[in-house]
Design a protein around this ligand. Structure first.
Ligand code: 5GP
Ligand code: ZN
Length: 131
């Protein structure tokens, strides 16, 4: 059983932020900033590809609710919402989860480094996506 399923089953403790029949939100054990929360479906799905659309729709409504809770109760200025989908994207726990990461203008976290398209490269991408 994966570590998040163990948290769902209360075999491993976690600070639970929100819970209902389908979804659990709890504090990340190694927060980027205090209040960093993970929102997960209680059914084990590895990634966005696996979760059925109806369940995803419900999950994202809970993400919105938990984000509002963090924003109002913790007085957050802003937050990042992210999914590391797949190992190459930094997914370590193979149970789909949304990160809600509190941010403020003065923290030291940087977003991704940007690149530029070589001539013709964007057109190639568009051609593949539309084929
Ligand atoms: P990923 O890199 O897979 O997107 O994120 C996994 C997240 O789960 C990490 O931010 C990590 O700190 C968190 N995490 C891993 N194990 C535990 C745990 O046992 N308890 C809690 N609360 N969070 C965990
Ligand atoms: Zn799991």
């Amino acid at each position: 059983m994966c570590i998040f399923c163990k948290i769902i089953n209360q075999e491993i403790p976690a600070y639970r932020v929100y819970e209902d029949e389908q979804v659990l939100a709890f504090l990340d054990i190694k927060p980027v900033n205090p209040g960093h929360t993970l929102v997960i479906p209680k059914k084990h799905y590895q990634n966005l590809e696996e979760i059925p659309e109806e369940e995803l729709k419900y999950l994202i409504t809970v993400v919105k609710k938990v984000a509002y809770l963090l924003k109002t109760k913790l007085g957050l200025a802003a937050y990042n919402l992210s999914v590391n989908n797949g190992r190459a994207a930094g997914q370590e726990v193979e149970h789909l989860h949304f990160h809600l990461i509190p941010r403020d203008a003065h923290d030291q976290h940087r977003s991704w480094l940007r690149t530029t398209y070589a001539p013709g490269a964007a057109e190639e991408i568009i051609k593949k996506l539309r084929s």
